[in-house]
Design a protein around this ligand. Structure first.
Ligand code: ATP
Ligand code: MG
Length: 381
């Protein structure tokens, strides 16, 4: 007899031929998540199991964060021939519980000496006799005692909800513009949840932004990485570009021109990463560079689609998600971002394209971009 975890995945994406591929990808991601705990991940009859881990609580914490996992059930695996032992185990698993229950038996071994209704009746009867605080309710029980008869017997009661979504990599790749703020980690998380493998690009304006500000961004990437199975963060030296813009371009256009440079560089990074879209944490009207007109001028420098999953969210709604996914605390640490260092007093909210182009014509954009790209440092988070 041993304790293990039964991992459940969503069924809707699993019709037909996709199923083995999806399960294979999910197993890879779970293996990555638990490898430091010595966990063994295996598949039996379309069920994913994790066994041999050193720390069950930590193992559950990690597996419930992996995109594609819908719930995790701590289970007992035991021999199936000793039915008395199975009943006793079921009784132990509900000891101390109050309310209603049902037993749900499943047999993949059709030669087993009892069928599912018989198992339900026998195990249910034993539970009723041993625990007077439990009553049967087959329609809407508080607890379901699951008994699965395969090559061995598996029993579980507790179902711990997980993050859901699809395994990253099953829906392509995208590159996230990751700042140290609240919005961009949430944006990256939302797209990755749909099965997109993300890489990140961060613009760092040393010495105007400190090493600690960079460390904070890498910490955010590490938090996302628990669900995303590893993120490469490209740190781009951005000081020279910002200084040049600040010196040579009209003050009210500096933020927008800076953002256009970010998008151009991010697109090049995305190409290097074989990604086919960009992700930002922008939301309409949040700041001057996120008015409808401003967003149009930043989109127009790239040809890749730009995903902005929080575009219609209020700040409080974004904060809610940040808290749920565990990035809020780190995002709230008070370190400067490159956007805030050179912020103009009166940024243009209704920018004119000819003024942007006139400002940019004073810069050698291509040389600046190439130099920034040559200076990229990659961190594996
Ligand atoms: P905040 O919660 O402070 O709004 P933010 O990450 O949304 O944080 P904004 O100034 O609103 O920051 O920037 C809008 C978007 O531009 C961000 O969501 C992010 O995608 C991108 N961005 C901003 N600064 C950087 C940076 N230094 N490196 C990479 N991307 C950045
Ligand atoms: Mg923002």
């Amino acid at each position: 007899m041993r304790e293990l975890l039964l991992v459940r995945y969503g069924e809707i994406f699993l019709k037909g031929l996709n199923r083995p591929y999806f399960i294979r990808e999910l197993v890879k991601k779970i293996k990555h998540a638990v490898k430091e705990l010595g966990g063994n991940v295996w598949v039996n009859d379309s069920r994913i199991f994790v066994s041999d881990f050193t720390d069950q609580e930590e193992c559950i914490r990690r597996v419930t964060k992996v995109f594609g996992v819908h719930s995790v059930c701590p289970a007992i695996e035991m021999p199936k021939d000793d039915f008395e032992a199975i009943c006793q185990q079921a009784v132990n698993m509900v000891s101390g519980l109050k309310g209603t229950f049902k037993v749900s038996a499943r047999r993949s071994d059709k030669r087993y000496f009892m069928d599912s209704p018989q198992i339900n009746a026998q195990v249910g009867g034993r539970i009723l006799r041993s625990n007077p605080d439990l009553k049967v309710d087959v329609k809407n029980p508080d607890y379901t005692v699951n008994v699965e008869i395969r090559d061995l017997a598996y029993l579980y009661v507790k179902v711990i909800p997980a993050v859901g979504g699809m395994p990253v990599g099953t829906n392509g790749r995208a590159t996230l513009l990751l700042s140290g703020g609240i919005d961009s980690p949430v944006a990256g998380w939302m797209i990755a949840k749909r099965g997109v493998q993300i890489s990140a690009v961060h613009f760092h304006s040393y010495p105007y932004t400190s090493d600690r500000a960079l460390e904070k961004v890498l910490d955010l990437a590490r938090i996302l990485s628990e669900s995303c199975c590893g993120i490469r963060v490209h740190v781009v030296p951005f000081t020279k570009i910002q200084m040049e813009i600040h010196e040579k371009c009209p003050d009210d256009y500096t933020t927008l021109i800076m953002r256009r440079f970010m998008m151009r560089i991010a697109e090049r990074v995305a190409q290097m990463e074989h990604a086919s879209a960009l992700i930002t944490g922008e939301s309409i009207g949040q700041v001057a560079s996120q008015t409808m007109a401003a967003l149009g001028t930043t989109d127009s420098v790239v040809t890749m689609p730009v995903f902005r999953p929080v575009i219609g969210f209020d700040k409080v709604e974004i904060i809610d998600i940040a808290q749920k996914i565990g990035t809020f605390e780190t995002s709230s640490l008070p370190f400067e971002d490159c956007c805030t260092v050179f912020t103009p007093k009166h940024p243009a909210t209704n920018p004119k394209m000819d003024k942007i182009l006139e400002g940019e014509s004073r810069l050698d954009a291509e040389a600046l971009i190439e130099e920034a790209i040559a200076g990229i440092e990659i961190h594996h988070c």
